[in-house]
Design a protein around this ligand. Structure first.
Ligand code: MEZ
Length: 567
């Protein structure tokens, strides 16, 4: 028979064995996934059995629904292949055409007029989008006493936060002080404003910086590890906090958020796309209309709605509309980062700002959608052009680093690093597994593999190592050289700039209230994270996005819960 359902049927497995006896309509596909895991084992068991080079059951996406990839009645698809090109064989993949379909978001008629709800539910607070901000807002609102429903249109939670490689910027934390580093939120304000070309909303930036240490404490209270520190671009101190060993921050945080949501029995719904935010004739938000993958269109009445639906750097058309020159460039974003959260808010009167401010991250791996973290440069790696020479201060801001790479004739460059840098940043081992890294036992041999002049690369590495020893970089004034480029092995990663973050979005105030076109806060409407504009100005600093999600997610959640109590 066709697809997984047919294969099961051929093995005498009845519909109810997979779907459960009640055949209940459930967008989370809970029974189905419980039954998959009951028969086939959980992610841990399956990962242990996998002998493949890439282990799909031990990925950075964490423990998710089996049905994200394995489909009963249509062709199965490996979700990872939205970003990667793994030659992964999964059962019932269907034809080449079906399995190469890259469209993960449910098709919806964007025509809102004939949406008819089949049922109505109620909650105190509805949160749109289960990325970092959505989870933080939901946990905060729940802990402040509100009944919360967290909705996610994708089959998997995590949003772009799931892919966050770097860390969370925070000033004057106990982790900095423990290492004898002195930082000041006032400096974080200054550097964030300067990085954002002074186009940020200064009041939002103050809130970001002065609540950042508390945000780290909040994450630690949830069970996160933020003990390792690294330098990000445009900053004069090690302010980016991440898990020990330099592990990527995003998968760790999403695991912690998922566990905390489960502990609180939070109502989290995947496959649930908000198609409309509802408001009354006085402009007060009254709930949302949702399209569930299985349950159809329904209404949730709520006194408060928090929009945490993320940015739009994965939306080629929208990016092309605002910045035609960025259309068709690779994006580091998850496939659901398509910007509906901004459109839904605008439709009910929200003010939208800075939409054309789209950040290009300097280092995506060659022709891939894999981001090579800024922390690789922060750990000591250098950027080298195809002539084997450094050409920019690697720790400048992203706009400048990207522009410098795009000014090279090949519009690409290499990250070059040595053994100490590799060991300090466990993510580099991941890039090696992905086949993105060239390695050699000498700088000369590495140059040959990279196809750059041997003499030039040798001179470049020598000069950089001298700068490390002298703690001074006369050529490019790099402020921080934590490690030399040393052996026994040397590594190179071919990199190109790609779309990474959308700085524009819904306008908010310091209370995370959405501002209407009339300049006034909209009643019962809050927003946080990449769906908003104003925090990062015209260029975001590396590590400030996670701070944004935690600081403003908490404010939105707490304020929405308080509003509901008082309303
Ligand atoms: O904040 C980011 O986007 C970030 C630190 C990304 C990265 O390069 O790791």
């Amino acid at each position: 028979g066709a697809f997984l359902a047919g294969m099961h049927k051929n093995n005498q497995i009845a519909c109810a064995d997979c779907h459960g006896k009640s055949l209940a309509v459930d967008d989370n596909e809970t029974a189905l996934n419980k039954n998959c895991k009951g028969c086939h084992g959980g992610f841990k068991d399956l990962a242990a059995k996998t002998k493949e080079h890439i282990n799909p059951h031990a990925s950075h996406l964490g423990d998710t629904n089996c049905t994200v990839c394995h489909k009963g009645h249509v062709a199965s698809k490996a979700y990872c292949n939205y970003c990667h090109s793994f030659a992964m064989k999964i059962p019932a993949m269907g034809s080449e055409k079906e399995s190469s379909d890259k469209k993960w978001v449910q098709e919806t008629t964007r025509e809102k007029k004939d949406l008819k709800s089949v049922r109505t539910e109620s909650a105190d607070v509805v949160v749109i989008g289960a990325g970092g901000s959505g989870y933080v807002a939901s946990i905060s609102a729940h802990d402040a006493g509100a009944k919360v429903i967290l909705l996610e249109k994708m089959p998997i939670t995590g949003g772009n936060s799931m892919l966050a490689a770097g860390g969370i910027n925070a000033a004057r934390t106990r982790y900095q002080e423990r290492l004898g580093m002195h930082d000041d939120p006032a400096e974080m304000v200054k550097e964030t404003m300067k990085g954002g070309k002074d186009k940020n909303d200064p009041e939002l930036v103050k809130v970001l910086a002065y609540n950042s240490a508390d945000a780290v404490d909040f994450l630690v209270s949830l069970g996160a590890d933020m003990t390792d520190l690294v330098r990000s671009g445009g900053v004069a101190v090690d302010r980016t906090h991440r898990p020990v060993g330099g592990a990527a921050v995003g998968p760790h945080l999403i695991k912690v958020y998922r566990e905390n949501a489960a502990k609180r029995n939070l109502d989290v719904r995947v496959n649930s796309e908000v198609v409309q935010i509802l408001s009354d004739d006085k402009g007060r938000v009254t709930g949302v209309q949702v399209r569930g993958k299985h349950s159809g269109v329904y209404t949730i009445k709520a006194k408060a709605v928090i929009d945490t639906a993320g940015g739009f750097a994965a939306n080629n058309e929208l990016v092309g509309f605002y910045k035609p020159q960025f259309k068709e460039t690779a994006s580091s974003n998850q496939p659901g980062a398509t910007g509906e959260g901004v459109a839904l808010a605008e439709k009910i009167g929200a003010k939208v700002i800075d939409m054309e401010q789209i950040q290009i991250h300097p280092t995506m791996g060659g022709e891939t959608k894999v981001l090579i973290s800024e922390t690789v440069r922060g750990s000591g790696a250098i950027l080298v052009n195809h002539a084997g020479k450094r050409f920019v201060n690697e720790l400048t801001t992203r706009d400048k680093a990207s522009a410098a790479i795009l000014a090279q004739p090949e519009k690409s460059a290499f990250l070059v690093l040595g053994e100490d840098i590799r060991k300090s940043n466990v993510q580099i081992d991941g890039y090696i597994v992905l086949g993105l890294v060239q390695e050699a036992e000498s700088v000369a041999a590495l140059a040959a593999k990279m196809g750059v002049p041997v003499d030039a690369l040798t001179a470049t590495v020598d000069a950089y190592n001298k700068a490390f020893a002298a703690k001074k970089d006369p050529e490019f004034q790099r402020q921080d050289i934590p490690r030399p480029v040393n052996g026994p092995k040397y590594y190179a990663i071919w990199v190109k700039p790609g779309r990474h973050h959308t700085m524009g979005g819904v306008k908010i105030n310091t209370e995370a209230q959405v501002i209407g076109k009339d300049g006034k806060p909209m009643t019962g409407f809050y927003a946080a994270g990449e769906v908003t504009g104003g925090v990062h100005g015209w260029n975001r600093l590396g590590g400030n996005a996670i701070t944004d999600t935690v600081v403003f997610g908490r404010i939105a959640g707490n304020n929405a819960a308080r509003f509901v109590k008082e309303a």
